[in-house]
Design a protein around this ligand. Structure first.
Ligand SMILES: [Zn+2]
Ligand SMILES: [Zn+2]
Length: 210
């Protein structure tokens, strides 16, 4: 039984487990919950990136990312786009890459297609190979238009270099850029030096607000 493993081994296991499994295992027993609480990456993720943890879980992306992946995203400061050195306010959930507001709206790697517009057979085999991830968007308010509530869940595919649109005319920009906010979430940057941990939330980011 998992519970009988030494705490140290359980902690190692949690770090390399995917986020979906961790959230499920926590409900199995008190000992597993305690083990999760002893893993620094888990504590950081739930204290500073709980919205991202839950979004990954509920959007079906949990199995694709480990605690270690999320920890890396939390400790990355800048946008992942080459030659963009702006602060990355968001993570793009299908790839867990940091991205700034400007690049999220305009760079091709943060575009996606609706599942129905993708060559299904090809994207399923690509998903198995880990090249593309299907994400089920969550209902909520997105983009700058705070009055537009997205009630419907959309099933989208990112990782577009390996996915072919069914209708070639659709291209990779099949959806207006403003819908990209459905696939991104704000994530604070964690700055750790020694035992000191500081988290920089978007509202406190003085690099972009000046
Ligand atoms: Zn950028
Ligand atoms: Zn900023």
């Amino acid at each position: 039984m998992l519970e009988s493993l030494p705490l140290e081994l359980l902690c190692d296991m949690f770090t390399s487990l995917d986020i979906g499994s961790i959230l499920n295992l926590r409900h199995v027993s008190r000992r597993l919950r305690e083990a999760a609480g002893a893993v620094p990456a888990y504590v950081f993720a739930t204290e500073h990136g709980l919205d991202a943890v839950l979004a990954l879980f509920w959007s079906g992306l949990g199995p694709h990312f480990t605690l270690h992946d999320l920890d890396n995203a939390l400790r990355t400061e800048n946008c992942a786009v080459p030659r963009c050195d702006r602060f990355g306010h968001f993570v793009f959930l299908p790839t867990l890459k940091r991205v700034c507001f400007g690049c999220l709206g305009h760079q091709r790697e943060f575009s996606f297609l609706l599942l129905g517009r993708v060559d299904i057979a090809e994207s399923h085999s690509s998903e198995k190979s880990g090249l593309v991830h299907v994400m089920h968007t969550l209902p909520g308010f997105y983009s700058e238009d705070k009055t537009a509530y997205h009630k419907q869940r959309h099933h989208i595919v990112a990782g577009l270099d390996s996915v072919k649109p069914r209708d070639p005319d659709q291209g990779h920009y099949g959806w207006p850029c403003r819908f990209r906010y459905l696939a991104a979430i704000a994530l604070p940057f964690l700055e750790c030096s020694g035992s000191q941990v500081r988290s920089h939330h978007t509202v406190f980011c003085n690099r972009c607000s000046g």
